[in-house]
Design a protein around this ligand. Sequence first.
Ligand SMILES: Cc1ncc(COP(=O)(O)O)c(C=O)c1O
Length: 374
Amino acid sequence: MTTTVSYHDWDNRYRDWTEEVLDAVRQVADSDEFILKSRVAELERRVAERTGAAHAIAVANGTGALTVILAALGIGPGDEVVTPAFSFISTASTVALRGAKPVFADVDADTACLDLAAAEAAVTDRTRAVLPAYLFTTHPDMTGLAELAERRGVALVEDSAVGLGATVDGRQAGRFGTAGVYSFFPAKPIGGAGDAGMVVTDDDDLARDIRMLRNHGQDLGVRFLHHKVGFNCRMDEITAAFLLQRLPKLDGFLTARRQIAEEYQERLAHLAPDLLTPPDGYDHRAVYTYVVRAARRDELKEFLAGEGIETVVYYPKPLHLQPAFAYLGHRPGDFPVAEQLAREALALPLHPDMRPGDVARVASAVERFYRGAR
Ligand SMILES: Cc1ncc(COP(=O)(O)O)c(C=O)c1O
């Protein structure tokens, strides 16, 4: 069966993409600026303006953003960071790479994000930070987590890699914690033409340290003077030039994504008792992936593939059962919601330039699966 609706559909998606990439390359080719120069500075200024952050610091990718924040906070061996058992690997790997311990907590069944009560129960005397992640179309209880972090005297590092442009309880995603991150990985709602990321924070000292850490710990004025052992985690000018063209379009991309999610929601929300759709109310959310939960997920995926519809499993294994974290000694059953999500979650195709009728085609195929036309 040929694919009728592909998951990313790069050919069709963002029709203006090619010209914008070429324009960014041309701009930089005609300059002598390659890394951390005027376009990067302008992008930082625009993200700071958009998010209301005192500082936006451009970095090489979202994972690097988390890394430099954790390093700037001085998190290292002997420290614990409370983080969800179900997320992208970076949420926990960045903690482990600092020599600190990722302390997993289970996620909420509706949002698939860090559960507030579970996070609270996981905080110990060694906890230095709580690190929740936004996933799919949803977000953690950021207001509750900010209150928890403040009450327990720990940092709140917001993995809002997929959340740029969303608001939670009237506040911008990424702006609840000590620092927040955004990723510009091409599949994200804003979508860069390669890897890139951003840190936002209001903390002047932390921002200064992060600026140094992203560039080998180098002094901000004096070349080859290194105050810290840092990283090469810099953003390049081609990426920044491209993102400067994308940023003004972000709200349009998000609106299109919300409309698609709502269309799926209307068709699928009450289709079958063993098919769960994301929580309603997309108005202010950044819709990244539309993930349903299906008790017969693997059968549904196979059925849709047979109809030419590509889907993706985010994430097939919860973090505590990943081989990389075997040293933490977790067992199946430790975080039941995370494990259930890993068995049931399925992302349907969603991007702003889906062809007319694509969403209906996918929804009709899902309906056929549940109505027994198999
Ligand atoms: C929740 C989450 N955290 C962190 C990241 C890391 O971002 P990047 O791919 O830019 O390193 C991603 C992106 O894949 C993500 O989805």
